[in-house]
Design a protein around this ligand. Sequence first.
Ligand SMILES: *[C@@H]1O[C@H](CO)[C@@H](O)[C@H](O)[C@H]1NC(C)=O
Length: 310
Amino acid sequence: MILNIFSNFFVLIHLFSVSYSQSNEPANFSGKKPNAEQLTFTFYKDANSKPEVYHTTSSSLHIAQSLTVFIIPDHDENSKTEWVEKLRVALLKKYQVVIIDWSIAGGDPNTAKDNTKFVADNLATFITDAKVPANQVILVGLGFGAQIAGLTGKAYTSQNSGQKLFIIIALDPAAAGFEVEKRSKTKIPDSNKLIATDATIVSCTHTNCQKYGVKAATCTIDYYVNDGNVQPGCTDDKDKCSHTRAAEIFLASLEVSNAKAQEASVTVLRDKVAVRTTSTKTELYGLSIGPTSKGIYQLKTTNTPPYLTK
Ligand SMILES: *[C@@H]1O[C@H](CO)[C@@H](O)[C@H](O)[C@H]1NC(C)=O
């Protein structure tokens, strides 16, 4: 009897966790929209100014004409998340920063993926209204945040007669809802996912192709880190750790700006990727690349910060 109660209890726990697992159904953008008040855009002019918080677009915000980095965390993160805070501090030495907090609109991953378009449309309008010139905008997003960056680029381009944003740094862009299995009959249209034409430069860092990140190369430049599937030094919760590693590596590249990646090819398998170097050609990793830097590269890292070597 007691044994039964216990085993039922464990069955219940199991069901509960299963019901919250990530669904691979394509994102559906036509459902109920969250309240725009649930999005916050926090503008940091420099390291010393008081941050300004905006809930919706505000005509009072005019961002000066200088490079501005918009950080879009993953659905279960916010401006207090460690990598977000560290990246903000590092970027403020050179750039203005806006952090998009969409954690309330994000919720569980299945709600998050359906809300990405809503967040992107609001962010595109915010950028347009704040009058930041397109060639001064850099979007940095992790996971679902990277998909939001792509959708924001598309929305901005359609709102501004074809003008493209400057750079998208897509950190392990989310697969759930945005990439289907190779053999699946369903196709995700280009309008509904991050692709190479979403900005002048779309740089993707792939660190967890075996679970959270997309497997295919869909950017102007795609960096597969180590084997692209799981990262060295990730022992507990390998996949989550590998996924977040993309953000840590990008953060490190602000200091180690001369790390090089080697030209490679990628083969998408059922549940992982196979990455192979194809030549001795190298390319820099990080913000120092130009629009002519294109292709697929393998970036080798160490297993401890700062991961990158000169
Ligand atoms: C998307 O969501 C809408 C509104 O909830 C629903 O009517 C529609 O059937 C959904 N589409 C798909 C393909 O699931």
